[in-house]
Design a protein around this ligand. Structure first.
Ligand code: SAH
Length: 388
């Protein structure tokens, strides 16, 4: 919902200031129409129905993967494409660490206490821009034309799309509304790993993050992923800055290869980026998640694992996540399972914590930019279902 338009419309109608907050609270809980907003005067509901669309985005296409991953392709009012992905993870305590519990005034469940009312974690992957100005050579979004920064409302509307779907599927607005029965998992994590570079649109990304808790996503369950845009990392490290988590797309252990894969490295070289990450770690006392895409024969050699381990000091500041490559139209191929395992062992033997990312939604082109880039090129993803 375009919150600026909502505010302006309410002001024009001479409505009291609290109305905008009332409407937002309904939207954040997953309301699908103004008719549901029963604490608003009926005439106002009908008026808003006509003048403020419930979402600033139009759903163009949806795709549901066999593993439950769901991808949505939208366009903005000015026809810019963007996409968002919902990842559903099964399991109880393992994946439900640190979830906000509105019934306890926002207090967090402890990760070590299994919560039988929770069935898993739902994580939404959001876009911060339509297209991306940074031309990483392996990335489908990087091959599209850059559109523009998304507004805070356009960012929030991606999450609200999936929130509404959860509600219509019978998921309660909060765990406390589940009457003690086993509550289905609900949206509680967010990663800015969709299209675009979030640190190039930081004001709008942070404005969106301020409202995510109303949808059920706590800042400590929100992760911003960056190519290493140093001014943005430093802003996130400011005193009284947000408690959002930081992920760095590193992808190569030396400047020559990294600049080849990610031209932005020419501007912000590896050593400077890692220094910025250390400053962020010192300010937040959280590990930086290092994303390392596994590209067969390019960055997956044993020596490169050793070089990567040497970069990541102190050990307490970093954790590596090895990412199996989702093939796109680029010339890159993903590393073999054996190469990924060997790379991981080499890191762990040197005291660097490393995990391998679960690959989600491969059958629906769920990797960064793939669906929108396909649409951009006029292509049709074979497995995509028509939008409902
Ligand atoms: N611009 C930010 C966030 C968007 S990309 C960044 O670069 O971090 C989110 C992550 O997806 C990045 O780590 C990116 O390198 C990765 N990615 C891009 N294309 C991919 C692909 N085809 N398969 C797997 N991961 C990919």
């Amino acid at each position: 919902m375009d919150l600026d338009l909502l505010q302006a419309t309410l002001a024009q109608r001479g409505q009291p200031a609290f109305r905008a907050q009332q409407v937002w609270e309904w939207a954040a809980r997953g309301a699908s129409s103004y008719a549901e907003m029963t604490n608003l005067p009926e005439a106002l509901r009908a008026d808003l129905e006509r003048s403020v669309p419930l979402s600033s985005l139009t759903l163009e296409r949806e795709a549901l993967a066999r593993d439950g991953t769901e991808k949505a392709l939208f366009h903005t009012a000015d026809a810019r494409p963007l996409e968002a992905v919902l990842m559903r993870y099964r399991g109880g305590a393992k994946h439900s660490a640190s979830v906000p519990d509105p019934s306890r005034g926002g207090a967090k469940h402890s990760a070590s206490v299994p919560d039988p009312s929770r069935g898993g974690r739902h994580s939404v992957c959001l876009s911060s821009q339509s297209g991306c100005p940074l031309t990483c050579s392996f990335c489908a979004t990087g091959s599209m034309a850059f559109g523009r920064n998304l507004t805070a409302s356009e960012i929030l509307d991606q999450a609200l799309h999936f929130r509404r779907k959860e509600v219509s599927a019978g998921h309660p607005a909060s765990p406390s509304e589940s009457d003690g029965a086993v509550a289905p998992p609900r949206l509680d994590h967010c990663v800015f790993m969709g299209m675009g570079e979030p640190l190039l649109n930081l004001d709008n990304v942070l404005a969106a993050c301020e409202r995510l808790p109303d949808i059920g996503i706590h800042p400590s369950n929100t992760t911003i992923s960056t190519v290493g845009w140093i001014p943005g990392i430093d802003r996130l490290a400011e005193r009284n800055g947000p408690t959002i988590r930081l992920a760095l797309s590193l992808h190569a252990p030396d400047d020559a290869l990294r600049s080849e894969l990610m031209p932005v490295n020419e501007r912000y070289p590896l050593a400077d980026v890692l220094d910025a990450c250390r400053r962020w770690h010192a300010a937040r006392r959280r590990r930086v998640y290092v994303e390392y895409l596994m590209l067969g024969g390019v960055n997956d050699h044993y020596e490169q694992a050793i070089a990567l381990a040497a970069l990541l000091a102190p050990r307490t500041a970093f954790k590596v996540n090895l990412i199996p490559y989702n093939p796109t139209d680029s010339s890159f191929e993903g590393s073999s399972r054996d190469a990924i395992d060997a790379f991981r062992s080499a890191l762990e033997e040197r005291g660097v914590p490393a995990t391998v990312r679960l690959t989600r939604g491969r059958d629906i082109d769920a990797a960064c930019g793939q669906l929108a880039a396909g649409a951009d090129a006029g292509a049709r993803a074979a497995s995509a279902a028509p939008a409902r």
